[in-house]
Design a protein. Sequence first.
Length: 341
Amino acid sequence: MALELGLDTFGDVTVDEDGTPLPQHQVIRNIVDQAVLADSAGVDFIGVGEHHRDDFAVSAPDIVLAAIAARTERIRMGSAVTVLSSDDPIRVFQRFSTIDAISSGRAEVILGRGSFTESFPLFGLDLRQYEQLFEEKLDLFSHLLTEEPVTWEGRIRAPLRNQRVYPPTWNGLRTWIAVGGSPESVVRAATYRIPLMLAVIGGPVERFVPFADLYRRANEQLGQPQAPIGVHSPGHVADTDTEARDHLREHWLANRNRIGRERGWGPAGDREFVEEIEEGALYVGSPDTVAAKIAHAVRTLGVDRFDLKYANGPMPHPQLMRSIELYGTEVIPRVRALLEE
């Protein structure tokens, strides 16, 4: 596939210009407006994440994506990610095939185990079955992708006997498996012949070269064609490098340190913020700066898609809109020009 350049959001609860958190219903409406802008600015893909906690507004990304589908014309859209472990594979397929119908074939789904676990107790699932739930549900979902009658049996849910699932898609449902750094997950994606999405959220991109290489070797050893590889990383675009850093600093640190407290990480400060921009996984700066770093990542990993997670913490909606505008109209053309040189 030709290189695609997209955007992702987890639906972070944002603040207004006075620093007051917006109500979640307003955040959700703003996300739809952000996607409409991305469509008009020439962005290839918009991804919406799933969370079940107070600092993120989106718990049902497929509903938000349906609204986006009805208001856009060309942009592809999908989850970022769908927590398949705590969902039903048949319902996931039906929801995304419905979005596919609304969008005239522009839907896709990114499946993952989820780095947040709030959905498990919420839906009455046992976290001790974390691996088993994902493995079994992914196996069933892979059968659904054929869009033929399915006969399947597992250990957790009731079997299917020659069961067809409706509605069918426009022309197949593009599906990815999101991987955060587990070699076993990389090989699993190749085994199911599903494209790989690497979540590079910290450290230099070179650290993930072995995972991209492993995926290609696994496809080769399985005797099957190479499938696309994508990468997802956080960042922010503004008119200048200084402005981009000033916009993002407090919001990135607020998000990073809240999650860090929950997971037992040490607190991050300005030094860690700058290191992630200059040497790590934060794509922050002017259009020239961000384009150069994206082009380097694409070359280094040999990927087919790069998605910038443009929402990072409670950054105000107007700053997010400007970041999207610059990404679509200035960053994307510059990345393509750099890669053609």
